[in-house]
Design a protein around this ligand. Structure first.
Ligand SMILES: NC(=O)C1=CN([C@@H]2O[C@H](COP(=O)(O)OP(=O)(O)OC[C@H]3O[C@@H](n4cnc5c(N)ncnc54)[C@H](O)[C@@H]3O)[C@@H](O)[C@H]2O)[C@H](O)CC1
Ligand SMILES: [K+]
Length: 510
């Protein structure tokens, strides 16, 4: 299976060293390999550009920059390399590659004063000042250079990382950071790329495979992962030939209230498209007809209360519960949840108002069954776990919360994060801003509930559900645009996503 770990940048040297010793390959050849794939990608993104200015630092990131300069020069393009060296203390591989570039007649300009950095008009700037070796904020001469570059209107493409950005925690990084338009990063995305507050530095990013040794990639530990189709699809259970509605699970959705009827329909639509054998939707009496009409496949269970959820009577044939979308936060509903949680020890996903009620009463939080899935958006998570000072801090809070309460937390966002009780975090890669609309979360709750009921573990249901939901949203955006995307469209596109994943799985089994 393709590796999908997000290692720490400080681990990179060990991964490099293992590859160099065991492939074996020289460090110079590994640099050549990295710079070659970078150059190929650069030319795909800038096929019509002829002028490239390389901004090279003194470490191996700078070394990559000099190789890129040489490769572009060899292709007959107009290349200038600016040496941004505070002293002449270059890494050995950087020194070799600077010399190779100069010896082949490349245009090299040593910059000793930020004012002397005058990039060519219409040039693409390649940022090779710092990469994964950054260990303190960038200030002084190189800080001034970075500020100067950030004021230019040239496109900037960063090698591996935008210079000045730390790989993980930028909470105390008050130094200068390159604002790249594109970052082509080696082997795995860096954790910092996952955080909304860093998008201004990273721009559009892509991972380039530089073939670090597969054994070290597989065996070296990481706490963070990113989701790929391969990894997600292989977790999806395929119904057996003799499966029937009794073996594919009965999902109970407790959703909707008189003032929030739509949420109930959307959650039900998500569930009915996600493989549950049977779907029961528990709603206040006022919503009964509406559910029958919008999701005729579902059984409707009517609450004692006419307007909101107040409790359930019979859970004997249920495999998984999804609760929260549109249920409101009235005291009657809070008691209903208390009653549910005091009898239900099985699989459950909680969303929206169910989370708001948990946040308001820590007694409810303690009743959660082990392995419950919670799907907050950042504001709901803040109500549960308190304020975060930045995205990295929020990630740590998320991990701590999941371990403390032994639950899976799905923090919704551009890269939705799934945190496990064991301290691992999975970052989703599908989805788009068109999905940031009311109702999209309700669809996700329905999907996860159905996946739980049809036999998936909490982790698999969360991972598959989040990925499929985002993928369906991407398909909708392709057809309707991000602006035109409606939550209900996401549910309608799920069938296509499941088909893709099933086809992938069956092809692998053959
Ligand atoms: N396996 C791979 O992914 C490969 C990556 N390559 C490239 O190598 C860099 C990492 O190189 P490294 O020499 O370790 O670090 P940098 O070039 O990022 O930094 C150089 C050097 O600078 C010093 N330093 C750190 N912070 C500061 C600061 N704020 N101010 C001044 N000086 C600073 C520190 O001593 C660093 O060591 C990686 O990003 C890739 O681009 C290989 O080419 C191929 C394999
Ligand atoms: K860089």
């Amino acid at each position: 299976m393709k590796n999908n770990k997000i290692f720490k940048t400080s681990d990179l040297q060990k991964l490099d060293k293992y590859t160099i010793e065991n492939e074996p390959v020289t460090s110079l050849d590994l640099m050549e390999r990295a710079a070659t794939v970078f150059t190929e990608k650069l030319l795909i993104f800038f096929p019509n550009s002829h002028i490239f200015n390389i901004l090279a630092g003194s470490g191996n990131n700078g070394g990559d920059g000099y190789v890129v300069a040489r490769l572009l020069h060899q292709k007959g393009l107009n290349v200038k390399a600016f040496g941004l060296h505070e002293n002449d203390c270059l890494s050995p591989d950087c020194a070799v590659n600077r010399k190779r570039f100069i010896d082949m007649g490349g245009c090299y300009i040593e910059v000793k004063n930020p004012d002397n950095l005058q990039p060519d008009e219409n040039s693409v700037l390649v940022d090779a000042i710092f990469g994964a070796g950054l260990n303190r904020p960038v200030t002084g001469f190189l800080g001034d250079i970075i500020h100067r570059i950030n004021c230019l209107s040239h496109p900037v493409v960063a090698i591996d990382m935008p210079s000045g950005l730390m790989g993980e925690d930028n909470g105390e990084n008050n130094g200068a950071i390159i604002k790249a338009d594109y970052t082509f990063t080696f082997q795995f995305p860096k954790l910092a790329f996952m955080f909304p507050e860093n998008v201004v530095y990273v721009g559009h990013w892509e991972v380039l495979d530089i073939r670090l040794h597969p054994i070290i990639l597989r065996e070296y530990p990481a706490a963070y992962y990113y989701l790929t189709e391969e990894v997600v699809a292989s977790r999806l259970l395929i119904p057996g030939k003799f499966s029937h509605k009794g073996t594919l699970g009965n999902t109970l959705l407790i959703v909707g209230s008189y003032s929030m009827m739509g949420a109930a329909m959307l959650a039900a639509k998500g569930a009915i498209r996600s493989g549950t054998g049977l779907l029961s939707v528990h709603v206040p009496r006022k919503l009964k007809e509406m559910i029958h009409l919008s999701v005729p496949e579902a059984l409707v269970e009517v609450d004692r209360n006419e307007f909101c959820f107040s409790g359930v009577d019979n859970l004997s044939r249920i495999q998984a519960v999804g609760i929260g979308s549109g249920i409101g936060t009235s005291p009657v509903t809070a008691e209903g949840i208390r009653q549910l949680l005091s009898v239900w020890r099985g699989k459950i996903v909680l969303d929206a108002d169910a989370l708001n009620l948990l946040a308001a009463d820590s007694g409810l939080l303690e009743l959660l069954p082990k392995g419950a899935v919670l799907t907050p958006h950042p504001k709901e998570f803040e109500r549960l776990a308190g304020k975060s000072v930045n995205d990295f801090d929020r990630l740590n809070k998320l991990s701590t919360f999941a371990s403390l309460h032994q639950v899976y937390v799905v923090l919704k966002g551009a890269h939705t994060i799934i945190a496990t009780p064991e301290g691992e975090c999975y970052f989703n890669m599908t989805g788009n801003p068109g999905m940031a609309k009311g109702g999209a979360g309700d669809v996700l709750t329905g999907i996860i509930a159905a996946l739980l009921a049809s036999g998936h573990s909490s982790l698999d249901a969360a991972i598959i559900g989040v990925y499929a939901h985002g993928w369906a949203g991407d398909l909708v955006a392709e057809e309707q645009g991000m602006r035109g995307t409606r939550a209900g469209d996401i549910a309608d596109k799920l069938g296509w996503v499941w088909k893709k994943m099933e086809t992938y799985n069956m092809a692998k089994q053959r």
